[in-house]
Design a protein around this ligand. Sequence first.
Ligand code: PEP
Ligand code: MG
Length: 594
Amino acid sequence: MEQRTQGIGVSPGIAIATAHKFSRERYSVPKYYITDLDAETKRLDRAIEQTRDDLTTIYNQTVEGLGKAHAEIFRAHLMILDDVALRDDVSQQLKKECTNVEYILDLLAKRYVQVLDTIDDQRFRERTADLLDVVDRLQRHLLESERPSLRHLECTSVIVAKDLSPSDTATMDITKAIGLVVEAGSVTSHSAILARALEIPAVVGVPAAFDTIPSGSLVILDGQAGLVIVNPEPDTIAIYTKARENLAIQKEKLLHISESGIARTQDGIDISLCANIELPFEIEHSLRVKAQGIGLYRTEYLFINRDTLPNEEEQYDAYAHAVRALAPNPVTLRTMDIGGDKFIAHLQVLKEDNPQLGWRAVRFCLARPDIFKTQLRAMLRASIHGTLRIMFPMISGIEELRQVKQVVNEVREELDRENIEYNADVKIGSMIEVPSAVALADLIATECDFFSLGTNDLIQYLLAVDRVNEKIAHLYQPAHPAVLRMIHTAASAAQNAGIECSICGEMAGDPLYTELLLGLGITSLSMAPVAIPPIRAEIAHISLNDARKLAEEVLQMRTSSEIKELITYRHKQRVDSFEDVFSVDYNGLTGKSN
Ligand code: PEP
Ligand code: MG
């Protein structure tokens, strides 16, 4: 019998394929008896050697990338590996049990953890995690098991996982992965953002998906409605196959709504629609949907999924390619926003208790001027190929903005000394995504050239709702009156200072909010390329004059639900008036989550 589960639709489209279950963590440890104790001891020694090589490499890379203090953890792991007591315990057990060493390691690890858990001291608990990490590495060598990835898939599949990191998603074989069903996450988690970038239908926040969807079973997922259907009946398959065809036709129609790509309101105001990109292949998507620039290039994706940092030349090539491809339209390069839910594996930044409040974005860059300056050099050099803008994430106040601008000036001076060309008029923008930056928006606006509102983070910090936690996804409310007041404050400050105020958070790509955002004073929107055609159609049915009246009314409202009701009603009315294009019911993306 078919089984239907509701989750949060985060990337539109319909996928029909068999389930491929993906888990990053687990491999099973077999138990078998052995007769040749010497051979088994040699297996253990070989695994220890291989693990020592791994840890030494990671230690050196971390010293190089982050400095000695951060590499200490791997020295501690090396010490655990070389602990004679551990080696002796394994040997003794081997003689006693005569079973394979990975099984013995498993037993010993469980025993150590039990003992360490009884000690009421944080340092011992941390040591448990270290011990398990070392045992995990040893066992993977013994089992010849690699850290799992989705790089190679055998057949067209819907991926089913408890959790997917941005790097799992970014390295996925997209010729075969045609849909994602994930237990964790929300609309603004970076895996969801990547799914939209890759144009793969995705549903997240699906309870118990991993345990209840059998591997190889047929799955239909509707990334718009957030619905997952396992073992569908033949009638259901027929309905969704037809709906998938309709969606493809609708997508094609939307592409041709405006040949020039201009989004113009009913009262003749042009709104600039730009693309958010993470990976270079999205440049082509952006051109296909006639984006009027790149409003957000998440450059940190050039740093993840690799063993070393990209050097200046490599970064320069990537940035120059984007700038040339979009010229004369602007390309807004955001300096790397590492941390939060995006990590660079080889830098091995220590796990933090509150990564979203931690060593992220410009905080990381200011602490690592070597990495930061290399990126800025590459950006400035690429500026001669078109219109390049630089934008800084997580700016929280004037001092921080001045500090990053100071680094830009130092890099300019370096380039001058070396007689290297760059555009001296490169515009510098500040992301407004930390509530303190909104409070200071009038001041920040006088010290930068443009604002881009990162509503994904602004909402999480303002409402104290972790953007990647599916359990509280219903509290993540773009229509919250406090969020709308913040947007209005920032937009007004930008307007008073005569600078542009755009939005590059996921709200910008949700047609439910378009009229309200324009009414609040937003003059440009940047979103996943796939969202641009529907937003362009929406704008063609909006009058800026009415949008301003709507914003005035909404700013007087007291609750998210009232606001949501009003904007949903207005959006539905518009959709009805251009039903020929939206023949399939089109509801807002973020509207699904709250
Ligand atoms: C945001 O916070 O809204 C944003 C655009 O940046 P990111 O999603 O990469 O944090
Ligand atoms: Mg952000």
